[in-house]
Design a protein around this ligand. Structure first.
Ligand code: FES
Ligand SMILES: [Fe+2]
Length: 353
């Protein structure tokens, strides 16, 4: 029997040190946590980011993100409601009614007698919060390493935009999710007949470069006719891909075909080290009839469902660092994902096992 040189605990998951490093590393970036439309004026919206429960609310129209744990006896604030205290909206705990305004300071303790001062320690941590591209973003540190990502086609009226969210989060690390979306040598295997053919497994000739906060990957290839290649006949279609990973958690695949441009865009939220919530957006500047949107959504859902069991099967959930040689990346085909992982490790996300 051939000897397997990998560590025997390869399936048992990462160590606590590796998990802590992932959480600390990812905390320094803007992370997508919710669709803007799901955070309404009337309710507190709970999310989870890197293991932290976070309550989102629009207080007097201004977005607020605080730790979803009451300072009094640690109840979930998001089970409460938005109340108006002295003319200003606040997040009110369901347990004893303490209320928190912008910045997390407590603005009301109902049990206090009239006139007694609320102690400054009666506060919950608040986080940087922003809104762009139809999503709410939170950063758990005071200074995000990179700016929020750009996505020019999202607001371009020449494009039809379709979004897609998962009913339940994916059981994998957000970094694996980005790698799986950047990886193209799986196309003929997982998406046979849609994005590739098994009798043509040769990888394309990738150009890979860093530009500011973005990893750029370009190549040319042929793919079967499909909605995403703009093809209507059975003939293969020539495609140029210009892909960008906005480090470390957003990816945009731009497919230019004779029919036009098709964008696959993913912002993935690290709910914890082995769970991610994926916000997909697709854009096209051809076949613009809104009645076609459902066909594009169904197409994307099908492709995502092909990927899901494979990506969720990868162990350990966190990327094992290069030095462990637990995984075996191969050049030249794996060059884009090798470069992604290399940069991740430089940014402090990964390195421990
Ligand atoms: S636990 Fe929130 S008010 Fe008591
Ligand atoms: Fe895939």
């Amino acid at each position: 029997m051939q000897k397997d040189s990998r560590p025997t605990d390869v399936h048992s998951g990462p160590s606590q040190g590796a998990i802590d490093q992932f959480v600390t590393g990812m905390a320094a970036f803007w992370q997508p946590v919710a669709r803007s439309e799901d955070v309404t004026e009337h309710a507190i919206h709970p999310v989870e980011l890197l293991g932290k429960p976070i309550a989102l609310a629009r207080l007097d129209g201004v977005l607020t993100a605080v730790l979803d744990v009451c300072r009094h006896y640690q109840a979930r604030l998001s089970l409460g409601e938005i109340a108006t205290i002295d003319g200003k909206q606040a997040i009110q705990c369901p347990y004893h009614g303490w209320a928190y305004g912008h910045g997390g300071a407590c603005v009301r303790i109902p049990q206090f007698p009239e006139g007694r001062k609320i102690p400054p320690a009666a506060a919950v941590p608040s986080f940087l919060v922003a809104e762009t591209l139809g999503l709410v973003w939170v950063c758990l540190t005071d200074r995000p390493i990179f700016d929020l990502p750009a996505f020019p086609e999202y607001e371009d009226p020449a494009f039809r935009v379709v979004t897609l969210d998962e009913d339940v989060p994916s059981k994998t690390a957000s970094t694996r999710m980005i790698m799986g979306t950047l990886d193209d040598t799986h196309f003929p295997w997982v998406h046979e007949g849609i994005l590739g053919e098994r009798d043509k497994p040769a990888p394309p000739d990738h150009t890979v470069a860093r530009d500011g906060s973005v990893l750029k990957v370009s190549y040319e290839t042929m793919q079967p006719a499909s909605l995403s290649s703009g093809g209507t006949t059975g003939a293969d279609v020539g495609i140029r891909y210009d892909n960008e990973v906005h480090m470390p958690n957003v990816i945009r695949l731009a497919k230019d075909t004779p029919s036009g441009r098709y964008i696959v865009w993913l912002a993935t939220c690290p709910v914890d080290h082995k769970t991610c919530r994926n916000f997909w957006t697709f854009a096209r500047d051809y076949d613009l009839d809104p009645a076609q949107d459902e066909a594009y959504r169904a197409f994307s859902t099908h492709v995502r469902q092909q990927d899901k069991p494979i990506i969720e099967s990868q162990r350990p959930w966190l990327l094992p660092p290069f030095w462990t040689q637990i995984e075996m990346p191969l050049r030249p085909g794996d060059l884009p994902i090798i470069e992604y992982q290399k940069w991740l490790e430089e940014l402090g996300v990964g390195g421990e096992i």
